[in-house]
Design a protein around this ligand. Sequence first.
Ligand SMILES: CC(=O)SCCNC(=O)CCNC(=O)[C@H](O)C(C)(C)COP(=O)(O)OP(=O)(O)OC[C@H]1O[C@@H](n2cnc3c(N)ncnc32)[C@H](O)[C@@H]1OP(=O)(O)O
Ligand SMILES: O=C([O-])CC(=O)C(=O)O
Length: 447
Amino acid sequence: MKMIEAITEQLPAWRERVNRLRTQFGSLKVCDVTVEQIYGGIRGVQIQVSDISYVDPYEGIRLRGYTIPEVLEYLPKKPGSDFPLVGGLYYLLMTDRLPNEAEADEVEQEWASRSQIPEHVYQVIRQFPRDTHPMTLFSVAIMALQPSSQFASKYAEQMFTSEGLPKGDYWKYYLEDSMNLIAKLPGIASFIYNYKYRNEEIVSYSPELDWSANFARMIGKAEDLRYQDLCRLFFVIHSDHEGGNVSAHTSYLVSSALSDVYLSCAAGMNGLAGPLHGLANQECIRWVLQVREAFGGHVPGKEELTDHLRRQLQAGKLIPGYGHAVLRVTDPRFTVQYEFAKKYISNDPNIELIGRVFEVLPPILAENGKVKNPYPNVDAINGALQYHYGVKEFDFYTVLFGMSRILGLTAHIVWGRILGKPIERPKSLTTAMLEQLAEKSLQSLER
Ligand SMILES: CC(=O)SCCNC(=O)CCNC(=O)[C@H](O)C(C)(C)COP(=O)(O)OP(=O)(O)OC[C@H]1O[C@@H](n2cnc3c(N)ncnc32)[C@H](O)[C@@H]1OP(=O)(O)O
Ligand SMILES: O=C([O-])CC(=O)C(=O)O
């Protein structure tokens, strides 16, 4: 694979850079940690390195240095589509280089050739009650693939042979596992959808189509070219959000114990399934429909909406899709999807309401100064777009997010192995210890 060559070429330079920092600047202080940060979700503490992507609070995400509009413009596309091939995005995330068409296509072809899903994965899904949340099914399906981990079997094997598995080669098996897992995601996600909401159909992967279009086809949208474009857009923009978000951090942490890609990604998906993180996807459209219901199905005018939103906030309700732990502006991923909606969708009351909420809500959220980011995040519009194209089962939306996020998670994990990162193990303190520190600081102030 060209991707392996591109990574291999860069390995010595990357290892040298990290080695130099660790040996020559190992004791250089990067930041301080306050008591508030310790109790406040480690917010803003710079304790990770991620070269896959970086979130600037005022600009949004850059994937390998490229903003969302740049990624959408520069990545190769299929003839007839304005939206990138996910294979090209994966090449960029993994290799730090923009792919040409052939390189993007090679990744897509690799996925097609690895897409066969073992029968037992379907059986595992079928064993669950049909009302099980799709994210639970998604996570267990990934776990069900774990016995096929090439890294886990190589690692176990070398314990009993005279030739060890060189640490510097671990990444190759992690990359193999990543490619194998990603190749199966359209099949797994679509089966969960079909099992729960359609006809229980298992649809095989078409090598003629790209990864995104395959998923669309597998849930019955072979003819809907616009929905296939939405899938391409969605899968590209949700792929990564630097290393500290719950799903990325979780999977990276798990992989630092040399747990394989399947174990690590399933863990990440369990984090994504929380309502403050990926599950906000499904909560947003539910909320949008509830607001319309409160107005007899109509889209309320600005004044009525303002009163309604104020009442909700006064009642202590969280508005899903607004706020962010890092961003302090409108999420550029919201913006590109809103632009998609404005370009291709007309007369959709949910999209209309989302636009009105976007006009009205930020100043209201900002009023009491409590919410640090009063602007919409990516989740504020995801569900409404899916709903428009007929994917109306809210519970499923986080699985779509998960398919995309695994692209980023695996890039972080593979690079963790490339750079030989050790097991993560931060130190904890007790409350009594912090109280002692506090006392000491008081005493020194009194002196
Ligand atoms: C893909 C993603 O994961 S993007 C995030 C998806 N999640 C959502 O959209 C859920 C709604 N938003 C939120 O819950 C939050 O804004 C988060 C989880 C995204 C960020 O959390 P934090 O960094 O802690 O936000 P912040 O520091 O601004 O929170 C301060 C206060 O504002 C409140 N607040 C933040 N966002 C909102 C909101 N959308 N509606 C109402 N109140 C809010 C918080 O609950 C908190 O209140 P508290 O002090 O009484 O507990
Ligand atoms: O960055 C975060 O904390 C949340 C996240 O994953 C995203 O916005 O995609």
